[in-house]
Ligand binder design. Structure first.
Ligand SMILES: Cc1cc2nc3c(=O)[nH]c(=O)nc-3n(C[C@H](O)[C@H](O)[C@H](O)COP(=O)(O)O)c2cc1C
Length: 191
């Protein structure tokens, strides 16, 4: 089949699906939560995590002020909460109240940690740079909140226990299949 090659990039979305998370922040007595799909690990030592956030987001204002943010990973049953916090503005409403979002206590920062998260990172901001229309925020992970049962003994996500939320773009959500293959890089790297 022929491929189309185009320089008319548009709102490129071929890199989806991506895990959708909820980024949290607080400052000056206000707490907020937003959906984010543009995020990644950057370094093991020190443990660094990056997220691309538009400066238009209320969440960005709170992070710029407090120099802290939280990254919350939720089970697929909470996909609607992603759409709720991704479809509302902290400038206009208190999302924690409006969507009845329960919290756990943070230990190293003051960022809101979501009770429903099977994992959450507390991050201290170490860099904030503009790239195009988004800011690239790099945080050092200073505490990890983990639901033990969500992980296998090898510390990978146990898909029998928890299904991550994947975002496909265009308001479409899905989760992973349980079709897992073990492909040892040491073995495969030799062929
Ligand atoms: C699934 C999903 C993923 C999103 N990913 C991002 C993202 O990575 N970066 C971003 O700046 N906005 C992202 N958004 C948009 C924000 O979540 C949205 O604009 C939200 O209303 C911002 O809230 P705030 O103004 O209260 O911070 C995403 C929205 C959805 C629904």
């Amino acid at each position: 089949m022929d491929k189309v090659i185009t320089e008319d990039i548009g709102a490129f979305s071929q890199h989806y699906p991506k895990v959708a998370v909820i980024v949290t922040a607080q400052a000056g007595g206000r707490a907020n939560a937003m959906a984010a799909a543009w995020h990644t690990s950057i370094s093991f030592k020190p443990p660094l995590y990056g997220v691309a956030i538009s400066p238009k987001r209320f969440t960005y204002q709170l992070i710029a002020e407090s120099k802290e943010f939280g990254v919350n990973f939720l089970p697929f049953a909470k996909a609607e909460l992603i759409a709720s916090v991704g479809g509302s503005k902290g400038y206009e409403i208190d999302k924690f109240q409006m969507f009845n979002i329960a919290r756990d206590k943070p230990v190293k920062t003051a960022v809101p940690i979501l009770k429903a998260a099977y994992a959450a990172y507390e991050c201290k901001l170490v860099d904030d740079r503009g790239y195009g229309d988004h800011r690239w925020l790099v945080g050092e992970i200073v505490a990890v909140h983990l639901l033990r049962e969500a992980l296998t003994p090898e510390e990978t996500l146990d898909l029998e226990k928890v299904s991550p939320i994947l975002y496909l773009g265009h308001e479409l959500y899905l989760t992973t299949s349980k079709d897992i293959r073990y492909l040892d890089r040491e073995v495969y790297g030799k062929h």
